[in-house]
Design a protein around this ligand. Structure first.
Ligand code: ZN
Length: 133
């Protein structure tokens, strides 16, 4: 694992949350991106070497909509940057972690991603991400 790459925050209203986080961080988002395969629209803020990812659901039954229905808005996942996502996936699987996909998927912000089930990590949804060259 290289570093915490970003923290994902589930929000109900991206416009409102973008304005709030722009005021909080003193700078607006550098990118907004829809990820149709995940049913989300995302907004990214740079904070030093790390990022904040705001996620709004584009569907009524997607993962972000379900998370907000269960727990309300708030921190949704922590993403760790890795150099080689396939070898990290194999290592974590061998360590007994439950991966949510067998293969990396194309996520937001030009990344290959894979999620680890929260029950494997003390209630935290963990994302592995590798920059696509
Ligand atoms: Zn993320």
């Amino acid at each position: 694992m290289i570093r915490v790459e970003h923290i994902g925050i589930a929000v109900k209203d991206l416009e409102q949350a973008e304005a709030t986080y722009a005021r909080l961080l003193g700078e607006g988002p550098y990118k907004r991106e829809e990820v149709p395969s995940e049913g989300v629209v995302t907004s990214f803020f740079q904070v030093g070497p790390n990022k904040i990812e705001l996620l709004e659901s584009t569907t009524s039954d997607g993962p972000i909509a379900r998370a907000i229905a269960r727990r309300g808005e708030g921190i949704h996942h922590i993403a760790f940057e890795v150099a080689d996502i396939r070898s990290e996936m194999a290592r974590l699987k061998a360590e007994g972690f439950t991966l949510l996909s067998e293969e990396p998927k194309h996520g937001a912000d030009n990344k290959l991603v894979c999620f680890i089930h929260p029950r494997s990590a003390n209630g935290v949804l963990v994302e592995l991400c590798q920059e696509v060259q």
